[in-house]
Design a protein around this ligand. Sequence first.
Ligand code: PLP
Length: 403
Amino acid sequence: MQVSKSNKLANVCYDIRGPVLKHAKRLEEEGHRILKLNIGNPAPFGFEAPDEILQDVIRNLPTAQGYSDSKGLFSARKAVMQYYQQKQVEGIGVEDIYLGNGVSELIVMALQALLNNNDEVLIPAPDYPLWTASVSLSGGKPVHYLCDEQANWWPDLDDIKSKISSNTKALVLINPNNPTGAVYPKEILEGMIELARQHNLVLFSDEIYDKILYEDAKHISTASLAPDVLCLTFNGLSKSYRVAGFRSGWIAISGPKHKAHSYIEGLDILASMRLCANVPSQHAIQTALGGYQSVNDLILPGGRLLEQRNRAWELLNDIPGISCVKPMGALYAFPRIDPKSCPIHNDEKFALDLLLSEKLLIVQGTAFNWPWPDHFRVVTLPWIDDLEMAIRRIGNFLQTYRQ
Ligand code: PLP
């Protein structure tokens, strides 16, 4: 008899590492070189972590053998607390900070602690799909609001408003955004906060790319504009400090915590049940946040991330039938394929066909809960030569592709 997966997983999917990746692995085993533009993992592309972080983790290893407090090391949480003071967020104390094994673990924890069956959570479309998957896993119902490609991919406030119901518990925003690269201005943030205020929603603000900003983009922490709204801010070391493998992230809770005793108790229970986050990686946090911010060297003029983003954006827009909004932050581009020039009915099949023909791995837009099969995501992490080769292959492929 077959052993079946739990019903809890019925609506849970995470297609960034889905079926197309399996085909890519098989091709690699057969000896093909695959150009991988699918995952936002800086290290394999030659982005090294600041040496002081590595040295500090090594130095602290002997004292990192035991469990820590469930919320995390005091010194690391204090560094996070100071970080939010710099970002003008009021009222975050050491006890309001939970360290986790990456933001990923904390997203699941924060939703498991909040949701009852059929509670609704508003999530952007497109989104980073762990949010949708975690709401479903927690028994909740993900409700997607649209981000408007014509308006720099900013959230459509009217669409959010129209989707709020008596079951809505929380509003998720991802800023800077994965997959679109949008960075939200103050007016949009204020509009979203006002909706949360009026409808008593918890704000979940995923700010993991807050230091990866291009040109004149500025990041504003949602919580800095919302002292009267319960807000959980998510961030970590994976991207800005290039140590995704360390699995080091945090939540900082702000706003009227006195109205959320029970929810916070729920978070404490879940934090205790997993004992603590990986302790050696917790040691990286203080050094990272307090040290030299080498990420700035990558995003300022002449910096590798900025140059690659510029080139990828230009080359994508040069392909007939493709248009791409300029990403102002993060590590991705999310171009549109004009259905008139190349109609695509199943974008997962498109991604697979592209892989098989060009040995190039991208992620189809519907994997980010985008409702139409007309977008895909590439990471802008590869060296310019590889990006040029990859985008040229996409252009060539589209010229003859018919589904
Ligand atoms: N949130 C967003 C928007 C992401 O893009 C990612 C990873 O790509 C994560 C969270 C998860 O990051 P972590 O490595 O901290 O688990």
